[in-house]
Design a protein. Structure first.
Length: 345
């Protein structure tokens, strides 16, 4: 009998040899969804009960709170720490997590509680693994909603041995806790960076920032970026990204590396910053590079190091107006720019 027929994973913890068993999720759990108190009734909101919505299933806090009256006069249902929360509606459909708080849920969340001693973290990891399959099977083109009946009919494969379930569940629980810790640190660093950018650049038409490094006293200049920026031609450096190659191929967006290629690259990477004309994304290259599209602008400025140029553009980059060209409007306003001797970081 093959491993697939025996439903045995390729990698497992030492000491476990039993087959895994496939069952309907509804056969090993109870589940329920909630509701929303009537909007506009002040007596239903602003209480002490956290009101968990589908975008908050993994959070330890909520934006809204409801009162006992709001809970008792609606279909909202209470869940506890350790319950499985599964998002049914909207952009978060298919996302799942273990509840980190006691609170009430609305109709967009399905609460799931194991009834046969199965490990909740193991169930959550299986649901996460199957998310894309579930979405593509039940939501045509990403439209529509999941339902409690759909989730209960899902066929889940779990170890028969509950100790193995606990071992696997605990492993992923520790990984998730580590990821959450790093995400919280990242969020704090991003907030610190945002505040620092505000403090280290002049604002409210003042010619000097609130906070400065020692030995710098000169006023900043008030100039258009278009007067100092140089946009290098991208055409010689366009390349189709592949899985292998000597140089990174850069694209617009949050995931800048589209692939690799062996074409002749842009060599002077130290002095430039890449600006996504359609997405308002920024990227500071650290090696010779190629471009996936001419929508990526190669920018430099005389007298500026690449790192400071990146910081300057990050401070003043425009708010995205959707998938349109932004660079022309970016160049026109006047911004505060330090005198030449300060343009390094």
């Amino acid at each position: 009998m093959s491993k697939e027929e025996k439903r045995v994973p390729e990698v497992r913890f030492e000491g476990f040899h039993d087959d895994w068993k496939q069952r309907k999720l509804g056969a090993i759990t109870d589940s329920f969804s909630g509701g929303t108190p009537t909007a506009g009734k002040a007596e239903y909101y602003g209480g002490e009960i956290p009101f968990i919505r589908s975008g908050e299933t993994s959070s330890d806090s909520t934006e809204l709170f409801i009162t006992d009256a709001g809970l008792n006069n609606s279909s909202a249902k209470m869940v506890g720490i350790g319950d499985i929360l599964y998002a049914l509606y909207g952009a978060t459909s298919g996302e799942t997590s273990i509840s980190r708080i006691n609170g009430a849920i609305n109709q967009a969340i399905l609460a799931i509680r194991p009834t046969k001693g199965d490990d909740p973290y193991m169930i959550v990891q299986w649901l996460k693994k199957q998310k894309e399959t579930i979405i593509s099977t039940y939501l045509q083109g990403g439209q529509g909603n999941l339902s409690g009946s759909i989730v209960k009919d899902l066929l889940i494969t779990l170890p028969k041995n509950k100790d193995e379930q606990a071992k696997v569940g605990s492993f992923f629980k520790q990984l998730d806790q580590t990821i959450t810790l790093h995400q919280e640190k990242l969020s704090k660093l991003q907030s610190l960076k945002k505040a620092t950018l505000q403090s280290l650049f002049p604002k409210n038409e003042k010619l000097m920032p609130e906070v400065r490094f020692n030995n710098f006293k000169e006023k900043w200049l008030h100039r258009k970026l278009g007067e100092i920026l140089k946009s290098h031609t991208s055409k010689p450096y366009l390349a189709d990204p592949t899985e292998k190659g000597a140089y990174q191929v850069i694209q617009q967006g949050d995931e800048p590396v589209a692939g690799y290629a062996d074409n002749k690259p842009f060599e002077d990477y130290n002095g430039v910053t890449l600006f996504g004309d359609h997405t308002v994304s920024l990227y500071k290259p650290v090696a010779p590079f190629l471009l996936a599209t001419d929508g990526v602008k190669i920018l430099s400025a005389e007298g500026f190091c690449g790192e400071f140029l990146y910081t300057l553009l990050e401070r003043y980059k425009p708010i995205s107006q959707g998938y349109k060209r932004h660079f022309k409007s970016f160049k026109k306003p006047r911004y505060f720019i330090p005198q030449k001797q300060k343009r390094t970081v």
